[in-house]
Design a protein around this ligand. Structure first.
Ligand code: FPP
Length: 243
C-alpha cells in the first residue's frame, strides 16, 4: 500500500483470515497436499508480518479447526509439524516476529492438542506477552461453537456458585469468556479460494464483520491482495443496524 493510499483511510483494527485452498493449490501443481500446507505456512508468515508493518492491531489466522481432525492422519501429522516448526522459529530471539514486536495468543481448545505443541505455544504466549505492535491469534483446534460453549459453561459454573444471576447475563458476559476476551471484534474477515462460508470461524465475534472473498488460493495470497481487501473494506459504509 502506498503512503498516498494509506492517508485518509481508517485501517481495520482486527482482521480475521480463513486460510483456505492449500490442498487445491497443491493438486493443481501435481504435489502432495502437505506441500500446499507448507506453502500456506509461508504465505501466513508473509501476511502476518505485512499486517504488522501496515499497523493492523489484531490479526486472527484460522489454521486448524475442530473438524480438521477428520483429515487423513498423514495430512494432520504434516500440519502439526508445520505448527511445531513455526513455533520453534517464533520462539527464537532472532525471529522476524521478535523484531516486529508481535504478541501471540492461541485461540482454540488446548486440551485436544499434542502436549508439545501446547507447551511451545504457551512459551510463545509468555515470551511475547509484553509486545504491543500487533496481536496474532492463532486459531488451532478452534471452533466458534465450541468457543461459545466454553463461555456458556464458565457462566453456568458462576451461576451455580452464586456469583452470577441468570437474569442479568449480558452479551459482554459471553464475550469476556471467549478466547478473544478483551479484543475488538474482527472488522474484516477474508476468505480466499472461492468459498463463501464462515466454517465455524469467530461466529460470535463476526456479527458485524465485513467479508471479503477471492478466488486466489491461500498459498498465492500476497500483500497486494491484503491491500485490496483493506481498501475495499475502507470504501464500505458500516451501519451496525442503523441507517
Ligand atoms: C485449509 O485448506 C487449510 C488448512 C486446514 C490448514 C491451514 C494450515 C496452514 C496454512 C499452515 C499454517 C501454519 C502455521 C505455521 C500457522 P484446505 O486443505 O482445506 O484446502 P482445500 O480446500 O483446497 O483442500
Amino acid at each position: 500500500m502506498t503512503q498516498e493510499e494509506k492517508q485518509g483511510i481508517v485501517l481495520p483494527r482486527h482482521i480475521g483470515i480463513i486460510m483456505d485452498g492449500n490442498g487445491r493449490w497443491a493438486k493443481s501443481r501435481g504435489l502432495e497436499r502437505s506441500e500446499g500446507h507448507k506453502a500456506g505456512a509461508n504465505a501466513f508468515r508473509t501476511i502476518c508480518n505485512y499486517g504488522a508493518d501496515l499497523g493492523i492491531e489484531y490479526m486472527t489466522f484460522y489454521a486448524f479447526s475442530t473438524e480438521n481432525w477428520k483429515r487423513p492422519p498423514k495430512e494432520v501429522r504434516a500440519i502439526m509439524k508445520l505448527f511445531r516448526d513455526y513455533l520453534d522459529e517464533a520462539n527464537s530471539r532472532e525471529s522476524e516476529n521478535e523484531k516486529r514486536g508481535l504478541r501471540f495468543h492461541l485461540i482454540g481448545e488446548k486440551s485436544g492438542l499434542p502436549s508439545d505443541i501446547v507447551s511451545r505455544m504457551e512459551k510463545l504466549e509468555r515470551g511475547t506477552a509484553d509486545k504491543k505492535v500487533m496481536t496474532v491469534n492463532l486459531a488451532i483446534n478452534y471452533g466458534g461453537r465450541d468457543e461459545i460453549l466454553h463461555s456458556v459453561k464458565e457462566i453456568a459454573k458462576e451461576i451455580k456458585s452464586g456469583k452470577m444471576n441468570p437474569g442479568s447475563i449480558t452479551e459482554d458476559d459471553i464475550s469476556s469468556r471467549l478466547f478473544t476476551a478483551g479484543q475488538p471484534d474482527p472488522d474484516l474477515i477474508i476468505r480466499p479460494s472461492g468459498e463463501y462460508r464462515l466454517s465455524n470461524f469467530m461466529i460470535w465475534q463476526a456479527a458485524y464483520s465485513e467479508f471479503w472473498y477471492s478466488d486466489i488460493m491461500w498459498p498465492d495470497f500476497t500483500p497486494d491482495d491484503l491491500d485490496r481487501a483493506i481498501l475495499d473494506y475502507c470504501r464500505r459504509n458500516r451501519r451496525y443496524g442503523g441507517v
